[in-house]
Design a protein around this ligand. Structure first.
Ligand SMILES: *[C@@H]1O[C@H](CO)[C@@H](O)[C@H](O)[C@H]1NC(C)=O
Ligand SMILES: *[C@@H]1O[C@H](CO)[C@@H](O)[C@H](O)[C@H]1NC(C)=O
Ligand SMILES: *[C@@H]1O[C@H](CO)[C@@H](O)[C@H](O)[C@H]1NC(C)=O
Ligand SMILES: *[C@@H]1O[C@H](CO)[C@@H](O)[C@H](O)[C@H]1NC(C)=O
Length: 401
């Protein structure tokens, strides 16, 4: 009892100390964002402490905390919601009940969570997918791919590819009355990385080229080569997502070895033979001037890490490092970036590169946005920002899918 009270007291103190973290001036709903930021940082602290005292692993604590918001598959008056499997991988389907006037579009949803956390079951995602299905009269497919570190790279990607290839079969599409020419792949954060990668793989596969009409990437993280882009520096302490949390979690998709995140924090994790890939993530070349601010480009420090992780140079981990030839054939693209987000510049570089090779990109930059906004549309903390981004995205789909 005394121990529990002590823990609770410590949590309150840590929450209160975090809540006074100064926020950027032009953030909307400042108090709510401060509370969310303090919650995220307190969770991170609890997870770190549990790990240090050997009670539970860092990531396992976060997995448990994230699962508090899981929902069951519950149908409503408009949408039938079913949990099932495609190719032995769990999926949640949202099928509109109204009589179809014609074949329906489909949206394939890949959730975020740094490859380690999350599920389509999270209440805010369930709301979003239900809303998408109802507004667009679309079939929505959420994918629960396997998570790291139990299943490292490329498990998550392979699961997404399997589900999508299964869904794209003629008889399956016909079964759900889906129009094969109106399919979009969407993902947020690390789910955006998976969505971007799957889209690249399908477009560069002769038997699937042209099958995806559009991709929608919501504040995605797209590379691990350079962890000191201007946005990584400017927003290293959040709000919500800190550079340390991000690197700690994402590295688990590569290895459980602690050497990698330590080196990545110093930006000294890439091997010598990766030098030729840095031209694809060179913010000095690709970042629009207004985002460069006063940051100075420094050349990468390579070969410091003797342990070698071949995965780090794999474009299936970092979709930003494919060459222009592989970008050229990409479909219509929608990208949301948030200003107050350490992943902002990954997307800004991708947008420049896509536009350079003639891919049609709609870019929505949310000046007052924060990372993960789409996930904060439910109690205890409800951000209008999340709903605003959702509505912009749905409008784009209505016009383009
Ligand atoms: C069903 O759809 C109608 C029309 O879009 C909407 O007004 C209503 O709120 C929806 N019901 C639910 C449970 O979402
Ligand atoms: C990045 O771009 C800058 C400016 O164009 C250039 O000086 C530098 O050599 C580039 N570095 C790499 C690794 O491509
Ligand atoms: C890496 O290997 C080189 C040569 O094998 C050695 O000189 C260097 O000290 C090693 N670095 C680390 C960080 O272990
Ligand atoms: C681009 O990358 C692909 C796959 O790695 C390769 O086959 C192709 O030759 C490359 N194209 C150029 C122009 O480098």
């Amino acid at each position: 009892m005394g121990f529990k009270a002590l823990c609770f007291g410590l949590l309150c103190v840590s929450f209160l100390s975090y809540i006074y973290t100064p926020m950027p001036d032009n953030i909307e709903e400042t108090w709510k964002v401060m509370a969310l930021d303090a919650i995220a940082k307190t969770c991170n602290l609890v997870a770190t402490l549990c790990d240090i005292i050997g009670l539970m692993k860092y990531e396992d604590v976060l997995v448990i905390l994230a699962s508090v918001h899981f929902t069951k598959a519950v149908s409503d008056e408009n949408i039938t919601v079913i949990d099932t499997d495609f190719s032995d991988i769990p999926v949640r389907l949202y099928l509109p009940k109204r009589k179809p006037e014609r074949q329906r579009p489909a949206v394939i949803f890949i959730h975020g969570g740094a490859f380690v956390l999350g599920s389509y079951k999270i209440a805010a995602y369930d709301d979003l997918n239900r809303w998408t299905a109802n507004k667009l009269d679309a079939v929505v497919v959420g994918i629960d791919y396997r998570l790291a570190p139990q299943y490292p790279f490329p498990a998550a990607l392979e699961d997404c590819v399997h589900v999508i290839k299964f869904f794209l079969q003629k008889n399956i599409l016909a079964n759900y009355r889906v129009d094969p020419t109106r399919i979009c792949i969407m993902g947020d954060s690390s789910g955006g990385a998976l969505a971007a990668t799957v889209t690249q793989l399908l477009q560069n596969d002769p038997s699937f080229r042209g099958r995806i009409k559009a991709q929608a990437l919501m504040y995605p993280g797209l590379q691990l080569l350079d962890t000191l882009l201007p946005s990584h520096q400017e927003y290293q302490h959040g709000p919500i997502l800190t550079r340390e949390m991000l690197i700690k979690l994402v590295c688990l998709y590569v290895t459980e070895d602690k050497v990698l995140p330590q080196a990545a924090l110093r930006n000294e994790h890439m091997p010598t033979e990766s030098r030729h890939l840095f031209k694809f993530v060179n913010w000095s070349d690709f970042l629009p001037e207004k985002y460069k601010k006063n940051y100075v480009y420094t050349e990468p420090v390579l070969g410091k890490l003797n342990a070698s992780y071949p995965v780090l140079v794999d474009s299936r981990l970092c979709p930003l490092i494919v060459n222009d030839t592989q970008l050229q054939s990409l479909p219509l693209t929608y990208i949301v970036t948030c200003e107050h987000d350490l992943l902002r510049d990954d997307s800004l570089i991708y947008i420049s590169r896509l536009r350079n090779v003639g891919v049609k990109v709609t870019h929505e930059h949310i000046e007052k946005g924060i990372h993960g906004a789409l996930s904060f549309t439910r109690a205890p903390v409800f951000l209008n920002l999340g709903l605003k981004i959702r509505d912009k995205y749905i409008n784009w789909l209505e016009e383009n899918l």
